[in-house]
Write a protein that binds this ligand. Structure first.
Ligand SMILES: Nc1nc2c(ncn2[C@@H]2O[C@H](COP(=O)(O)OP(=O)(O)OP(=O)(O)O)[C@@H](O)[C@H]2O)c(=O)[nH]1
Ligand SMILES: [Zn+2]
Length: 291
């Protein structure tokens, strides 16, 4: 039976991408009974029906599962922060990074609007903060068309989502890597007769170099509601790397004696600001749990 990836879902129909076309499928009632329904991004097995449509018969195991927006099997988050307009907000950048880590995604940091930067030192400072995390960092400018080829290489062959605060340039980057995006989406919505009242759903777009990207940003909700205090430091790679050398198991890297993370902050191996934000997030988790 044929298999493919669901690239969009509209009103109970799932569109499964095949090399030559998308097959419009329904899901078997059995999924609904089990409260298990296909998601955009799922790899599914389906049965062709006589009218050229299909029935989804099986959903393959998911590698990852994002809830807001709902997408299965995302592999990479492009966490976007603008260097200027708006100023880089490290608190927000770190929230996006923690959420992407928690979902088990590969991460790329993308610093945008490089053309607006007057003092190159700003970029060096940000790089110094994030180098210990091991995340690749690229700087881009839509105005000067810099970093776009590098971004395309990082996106190739993977299913990615862009994430980052409003106005940092996510849509601009999406347009830059998909030069025909505006045209393509216009055509699609005409074909489907999608009216103004149809809820806008997430859709996966094919990249020219292979791979796909979601047309809706990831992580629209940034609280730490469902997280435990002990899980947080695993989402800061530079801390996770050192935690096994802490004297106490379950060390929260606050003020415990023999803490390898605090030691690394003192000798400059970990950025103190990152650790401060870690402590602040830890407090938020703690406060959530009291209610
Ligand atoms: N100077 C400069 N402006 C940029 C660059 N990238 C984006 N912009 C501008 O920044 C503004 C916001 O860009 P968007 O791409 O809409 O940002 P977004 O992150 O998608 O924003 P939301 O849709 O609100 O989440 C627009 O006016 C863009 O023209 C850049 O590299 N340089
Ligand atoms: Zn510790």
């Amino acid at each position: 039976m044929p298999e493919g990836r669901i690239v969009k879902a509209i009103s109970g129909f799932y569109y499964v991408r095949m090399p030559d076309m998308d097959i419009r499928c329904r899901a078997r009632g059995v999924f609904k009974k089990r409260k298990w329904s296909p998601l955009v991004g799922d790899i599914v097995t389906f049965e062709r029906t006589e009218n050229g449509e299909g029935w989804v018969t099986d959903i393959h195991p998911r590698k990852t599962e994002l809830m807001r927006p709902p997408i299965a099997n995302v592999e990479q988050a492009i966490v976007v922060g603008s260097l200027k307009q708006p100023e880089l907000t490290l608190d927000l950048l770190d929230r996006f990074l923690v959420h992407a880590e928690r979902e088990g995604l590969d991460i790329l940091i993308c610093l945008t609007k490089e053309d607006l930067v007057e003092d190159e030192k700003l970029i060096d400072q940000v790089r110094a903060i994030y180098d210990p995390t091991g995340y690749p960092i690229i700087t881009t400018s839509i105005e000067k068309n810099t970093g776009i080829e590098e971004l395309k290489r990082e996106l190739a062959g993977k299913l990615s989502v862009f994430a980052g605060q409003s106005g940092v340039g996510k849509s601009s980057l999406l347009n830059a890597v998909l030069p025909h995006l505006a045209l393509a989406t216009g055509e699609v919505s005409r074909k489907l007769g999608r009216g103004r009242h149809t809820t806008r759903q997430v859709e996966l777009l094919d990249l020219p170099g292979g791979g796909q990207v979601a047309d809706t940003p990831g992580f629209s909700q940034l609280s730490f509601m469902e997280m435990e205090e002990t899980e947080l430091s695993a989402c800061f790679p530079e801390m996770a790397l050192r935690a096994p050398r802490c004297k106490f198991r379950g060390c929260l890297h606050r003020n415990e004696p023999g803490c390898a993370v605090l030691e690394a902050c003192e000798n400059g191996e970990i950025d103190k600001g990152r650790h401060q934000r870690y402590l602040q997030f830890l407090e938020e988790i703690h406060d959530n749990r009291r209610y």
